[in-house]
Design a protein around this ligand. Structure first.
Ligand SMILES: Cc1cc2nc3c(=O)[nH]c(=O)nc-3n(C[C@H](O)[C@H](O)[C@H](O)COP(=O)(O)O)c2cc1C
Length: 197
């Protein structure tokens, strides 16, 4: 972490699967905390999905982070276990990046940072998005889980009755941040159905 007042650093990667809004919401929620240094990496396909799902400019998105890395910069700080990161979220996570993480292929900074996160036994939360799933996708999710990663498909919590896409996305983004080990992000707590007398 750079010499800043932050209590922890977190890496957020956005890859080329549908669901860029999840990654963008995670950036906003982490930024609101004020105590977390945000490192952002967006894959080239991630920029394509962002463009198809959001009107935000590249500059606006990059301004949500404190440090922006190119996926080609495999020598940057988050590529090393010596960098004191709390963990990493890949949201959304394409099947390509899922496969790279599952097989330890570190040919770009996203896969390398995920590899380092796993080897240092830190929290890695993947939000894979594809449907339906083939056997390779399923096996890769098992492999990542066996290595200690947390596979969290962005399945909406419809029991919360979200009335907007933003509410739906926010609830899932808050959950992902909690899985990283950062509590108190405002996720609505289910109060139960209650008992009938
Ligand atoms: C508009 C668009 C939507 C896509 N949606 C998905 C998707 O939902 N899931 C997926 O695994 N790949 C999806 N892809 C394909 C990936 O972007 C592609 O496999 C790419 O190589 C992933 O690279 P990355 O992991 O480096 O981002 C999509 C591609 C585009 C252009």
């Amino acid at each position: 972490m750079s010499s800043t007042p932050f209590q922890q650093a977190v890496t957020v990667a956005i890859t080329g699967a549908s669901g860029a809004l999840y990654g963008l919401k995670i950036l906003d929620l982490l930024r609101q905390r004020g105590d977390t240094e945000i490192h952002l990496v967006v894959s080239s396909s991630g920029w394509l999905t962002i463009a198809s799902e959001s009107d935000l400019s590249k500059e606006t998105i990059e301004a949500k982070a404190h440090v922006v890395h190119s996926p080609k910069q495999v020598g940057n700080c988050i590529a090393s276990g010596s960098f004191p990161s709390l963990g990493m979220i890949i949201a959304p996570c394409s099947m390509h990046t899922l496969a790279a993480v599952a097989h330890g292929l570190s040919d770009n900074l996203i896969a390398r940072a995920a590899d380092v996160t796993l080897k240092e036994r830190r929290r890695l939360v993947l939000m894979p998005r594809e449907t339906p799933l083939n056997l390779a996708h399923l096996r890769n999710m098992v492999a990542v889980t066996e290595m200690g990663g947390i596979v969290m498909p962005p399945v909406p919590a419809l029991y919360q009755r979200p009335d907007t896409i933003d509410a739906l996305v926010t609830h899932t983004a808050q959950h992902a941040i909690e899985l990283l080990g950062l509590p108190n992000v405002g996720r609505t707590v289910w109060q139960g159905l209650g008992s009938k007398a």
